[in-house]
Design a protein around this ligand. Structure first.
Ligand code: ZN
Length: 444
């Protein structure tokens, strides 16, 4: 099947050849023996060929035995905290956060900590097929610097936590202005403001955030209704749910992305649908911290776009989105019965639907002519991939991030044949291990 190849005469920069392309377009076209041509960072042609026709491409990537698909979208991360992977397990969210994570962050988080944590996280993400992540943390300019080096894309959301009232508001927004300026020159980074949660920011500041984001067309990224107690506390204090509160202050008139949405009433879901708020489901983090199961099927039925996220490595503990898809699917089967959410659905949540949740579906999320060339090749030459009747079933239930062989973002090759080309893997691992030893010893 030829999707587009009209009048093409220029030599592509890259041609992917030999794989099975999962376009994840509207009709989920699957193209056997696919040749995907890339020029100036964009997909210019996708077609099935008995033998490659564009061997003149400046670079040929052999994807034989692979599923070639849009890069995976990690909709909710805290990449800066990757050096805290595995440091506090087996605790419920409240104790995990207040007794372990917040004190550790207070002691260790710095620009250097976030930069190295990002290099480590981005290395892991490239290896496991992620091509864009939506982040929320401190020192996000350091995260953006790492993005510049790794070749990935990111929405870098500088966290805003403000629990002491409004006295420092001016300072907070002045710092935010500086942050926006600092990351403005990174071409693959989009800025966001990331107020932590309903309990992390005081009510008057929510109004200011709403206005600030609206004046600058900024994305807003926050945690929403992750636990029952978060909703109950808000009901007691404001006589409404956090979702109702955010509607009241006008926050959702901005491009808003909410992580979790676990404890949702019907009225909350209607509000998210009404404002097309993007929801990011983080099943492994929710399970690990004992936060119940998000009503993914219900929200999708109501027209809410849902992407998948890993959350930070301290609550997962890896950044493997294919594992996340497997968990998401089985959780919904457990909650709603078999067949309400299917393998293809979770693969779409990792790609086009995830892009829609981030308001980027015009650029990424599917293999279509004109879209940015952000794609990966997942190797199926493994025992766990044989036989392969349905590629979506394979990706959702059997594959893992370790199977990813090639990765390209915006036409630049980040990984080829399992080797990351943009980062010095050995040096990053060595430095991260040193940090780990320092953190474990407690001596800063
Ligand atoms: Zn989170």
């Amino acid at each position: 099947m030829i999707l587009a190849n009209k009048g093409q005469s220029v030599v592509p920069d890259i041609s992917f050849i030999g794989g099975t392309a999962l376009t994840l377009n509207k009709t989920n076209d699957i193209i056997e023996n696919a040749q995907i041509d890339i020029l100036h960072g964009r997909i210019v042609s996708i077609k099935s060929v008995s033998k490659p026709t564009q061997l003149l491409a400046k670079k040929i990537i052999d994807a034989s035995g692979c599923l070639v698909m849009p890069g995976l979208i990690n909709g909710h991360t805290h990449t800066g905290m990757t050096l805290l992977r595995g440091i506090a397990d087996d605790l419920p969210l409240h104790n995990w956060l207040n007794d372990k994570i917040f004190p550790l962050e207070k002691k260790w988080v710095s620009k250097d900590f976030v930069y190295l944590g990002n290099l480590l996280a981005q290395l892991e993400m490239i290896r496991s097929g992620t091509t864009i992540f939506n982040d929320m943390y401190y020192f996000e300019a350091a995260a953006a610097q790492a993005v510049q080096e790794s070749g990935l894309r990111a929405i870098c959301g500088q966290t805003l936590v403000e629990i002491s009232g409004v006295e420092d508001t001016q300072k907070i927004f002045a710092q935010f202005d500086q942050y926006l300026e600092a990351i403005a020159h990174f071409p693959r980074v989009l800025p966001a403001i990331a107020p932590h949660s309903i309990y992390g920011v005081s009510d008057p500041v929510w109004e200011k955030i709403t206005q600030y984001a609206s004046e600058r067309s900024l994305r807003v990224h926050l945690h929403l209704q992750e636990t029952k107690s978060e909703v109950e506390d808000c009901q007691k204090k404001r006589n409404m749910t956090p979702t109702e509160f955010f509607e009241k202050v006008g926050l959702f008139r901005n491009k808003t992305i909410v992580a979790h949405a676990v404890c949702m009433e019907e009225k909350d879901i209607s509000i998210l649908s009404k404002y097309q708020v993007g929801v990011i489901h983080n099943p492994e983090s929710n399970l690990k911290l004992g936060s119940l199961i998000a009503p993914v099927v219900k929200m999708r039925d109501a027209g809410v776009s849902i992407g998948l996220g890993t959350d930070g490595t301290a609550s997962n503990n890896n950044l493997d989105l294919l594992e996340e898809a497997d968990t998401a699917l089985k959780l919904q089967i457990f909650q709603t019965g078999v067949g309400k959410l299917k393998a293809l659905d979770v693969v779409r949540m990792l790609t086009l639907e995830g892009a829609k949740a981030l308001k980027l579906d015009h650029e990424i999320g599917s293999l279509e002519v004109g879209k940015s060339a952000d794609l990966i090749a997942v190797n199926t030459e493994f025992p766990h991939a044989v036989p392969l009747y349905d590629p979506f079933s394979h990706l959702a239930y059997s594959a893992s991030g370790r199977d990813v062989k090639h990765s390209v973002v915006g036409g630049s090759v980040l990984m080829e044949n399992g080797k990351v080309l943009t980062l010095d893997e050995k040096a990053i691992l060595q430095e991260a291990k040193q940090w780990g030893r320092r953190i474990a010893s407690g001596i800063s």
